[in-house]
Design a protein around this ligand. Structure first.
Ligand code: ATP
Length: 253
């Protein structure tokens, strides 16, 4: 089956510094995939290359088999990227923002209005639909950005730290919402520093260190390499990502 996302030997240098170092990553369709790593490991750089916002210096990226370099429009049409900072247009009302984003994707007005209504209701933003984006709380802005990311019905959703800045209720809402989308067939790739979220939500976990994938699999598969059946993801993460050689057996390709 064609993976939702495939990175082969992806490299990114900033000046003389290598941030992503021959990264191989394969995300099956339908996965809820957490990419974990310490600060500076290369997660955001990786996501920005997948989203087409940064040009890789080497390697290839395919989205549902479509080459990002060869057919950027075809590849990008299938995905959405949500950065860690909400990017909105303050003088647009919520509904206007969604219409605007839908227009960029070429979604027709009627479809956009119906989908926008569903998204606003699912994310508890319906009562705020006529508010200007600049007057929304930070958490509401984040949820609206998520609605905007989904307005063209992407098959792959990429989220950089999606729960940052959300209170407990909003975080629960977003987690439940994302879990529902994955049950309906969406593939999600996300980064988080909240290991409990990865432990509870992700179907697969990738550990990145110094721009390389050092291990990946289900939590049980990672435990088989790094600990026992009772090892917490936090202990596993610390033993895998702190200094020391990456284990060979069962580790990532
Ligand atoms: P964090 O968890 O702290 O967000 P990260 O895993 O997302 O970290 P990146 O932001 O991808 O890591 O950074 C990877 C490396 O690249 C770091 O050493 C960082 O300092 C460097 N880097 C990132 N962006 C730039 C940039 N625009 N210019 C130069 N170096 C950069």
């Amino acid at each position: 089956m064609t993976p939702a996302l495939e990175l082969i030997g992806v490299v990114k240098d900033y000046g003389g510094k290598r941030a992503v170092d021959g990264l191989n990553l394969r995300i099956p369709a339908g996965a809820f995939y957490a990419l974990l790593g310490a600060n500076g490991a290369g997660k955001t750089t990786t996501l920005r290359m997948i989203a087409g916002l940064l040009q890789p210096d080497g390697g290839s990226i395919r989205v549902f088999g479509e080459s990002l370099a060869g057919n950027p429009t075809g590849a990008k049409q299938q995905m959405a990227f949500l950065p860690d900072e909400p990017m909105l247009y303050g003088k647009l009302r919520c509904t206007e923002y969604l219409e605007f984003v839908a227009g960029l994707w070429g979604v027709d007005g009627r479809t956009a209005a119906a989908r926008g209504q569903d998204l606003l209701q699912w994310l508890d933003l319906w009562d705020a639909r006529a508010n200007y984006c600049e007057n929304l709380s930070r958490g509401m802005q984040q949820k609206l950005t998520l609605a905007g990311a989904l307005i063209h019905n992407p098959k792959l959703l990429i989220l950089d730290e999606p729960l940052t800045g959300l209170d407990a209720a909003a975080a629960r809402k977003v987690k439940d919402f994302l879990a529902g989308l994955v049950r309906d067939g969406l593939t999600v790739l996300f980064t988080t520093h909240i290991l409990e979220v990865a432990e509870r939500m992700a179907t697969r976990i990738g550990l990145i260190r110094a721009g390389q994938l050092i291990a990946e699999g289900t939590l049980d598969e990672l435990r088989a390499v790094y600990g026992s059946e009772h090892t917490s993801l936090e202990d596993l993460f610390l033993s895998a990502t702190e200094a020391g050689p990456a284990p060979a057996a069962g580790s990532a390709s």
